[in-house]
Design a protein around this ligand. Structure first.
Ligand code: ASP
Length: 338
């Protein structure tokens, strides 16, 4: 290979891998203020858990893309419910909440589950009661915007929805439904790529200690009680300070069947670089669901990072944010989906 080509290849590889440096904050989508919030915590001596909590809470407060926090993704009954998770990669402790109702700070409650109980996950009304006992304020998560989304959906005969094998025909009518006698052929409706965008965040300190977290309001018009991948350990996120961390976003109903974050971390443990680990985690899902909507970010203990996404119409590139001291501002990165 000519020297100039070798040089070009080396530079391309370095760019693809990203600059390796610790500390590091990396998160899904272009949620820049969340990255900056987490980075500021690390810079002021806070722990990686504090950083992840602050970063995800920033998105919860800003209602990032309408997909994180209150007032987004109303379910079939019009209610916004939240899923969140936080994982300590040193101790392998995890706290998670799913189908959390009437509490805005889902990542805060997830952390309280981890630090103030021996459990890993609390759900629904009981999670709300726990949160109130821990000092979180219960309030309505509905906003004018979410009410409007819900009203429009009702007016449009409740389309789209996630029901199948029920009557009346769910592609024409609203709930309530009853089971239909015969099961139809397996099919998965194409995901509306604009109807969700979880924040998944990874933070490493200078010693390689890592934490990961997620926060989302799930999928618009979901069946009440639906829980996605985000609060599920190994699916929405995973962190292990002896290997690395990963966080996923996308069609959680599909993605949670493959534990992509766990898979990516285990691949990095075995020496796979983060970009390749991310790609392999996506490929595993693709084998079964070619058209699924999803992306994942990965980072290892040396501060190398990468991302990957599944190419579907309208989703050709995935954006994510990085702070590692390379620049004063969080950097917007992108990866071409494959
Ligand atoms: N994964 C989330 C869920 O399915 C949504 C998203 O990341 O876009 O609940």
């Amino acid at each position: 290979m000519p020297t100039s080509l070798m040089f070009f290849t080396l530079i391309s590889c370095l760019l693809a891998l990203g600059q390796a440096s610790l500390p590091l904050v990396i998160n899904t989508w272009s949620f820049k203020n969340a990255t900056a919030a987490a980075w500021a915590v690390l810079q002021s001596g806070g722990s990686v858990l504090d950083a992840v909590e602050a970063g995800c809470d920033c998105c919860q407060k800003e209602q990032c893309d309408g997909s994180v926090g209150y007032g987004g993704s109303p379910d079939e009954s019009g209610e916004t419910t939240l899923d969140a998770m936080i994982m300590n990669g040193n101790t392998m402790e995890v706290g998670a909440v799913a189908d959390l109702r009437r509490i805005k700070n889902a990542i805060g409650v997830a952390r309280a589950v981890m630090e103030r109980t021996e459990h890993t996950m609390l759900v629904a009304e009981s999670a709300t009661v726990f949160a109130e006992n821990m000092g979180f304020i219960a309030e309505d998560l509905t906003t004018v915007k979410s009410l409007n989304i819900f009203t429009q959906w009702l007016k449009g005969n409740c389309q789209p929805n996630y029901r199948k094998n029920v009557c009346p025909n769910p592609s024409e009518s609203c709930p309530p439904y009853k089971p239909q006698g015969k099961l139809g052929p397996k099919k998965h409706l194409p995901t509306n790529i604009h109807s969700h965008d979880t924040i998944g965040m990874i933070a490493f300190d200078q010693y390689g200690h890592v934490a990961a977290g997620t926060s989302t309001n799930g999928r618009t018009h979901k069946v009440p009680g639906r829980v996605g991948d985000s609060p599920i350990v190994g699916a929405g996120a995973y962190a292990d300070s002896s290997a690395g961390a990963a966080a996923a976003t996308g069609d959680g109903d599909i993605m949670m069947r493959f534990l992509p974050s766990y898979l990516a971390v285990e691949l990095m443990r075995a020496g796979t670089d983060p970009s390749a680990a991310c790609k392999m985690a996506i490929s595993r899902i693709k084998r079964h669901y070619v058209g699924f909507f999803g992306a994942i970010i990965c980072a290892n203990t040396t501060g190398h990072y990468g991302a990957a996404c599944n190419k579907v119409p309208g989703f050709l590139q995935f954006h994510y944010m990085v702070s590692n001291g390379e620049s004063d501002e969080p950097l917007l990165k992108s990866v071409d989906c494959f």
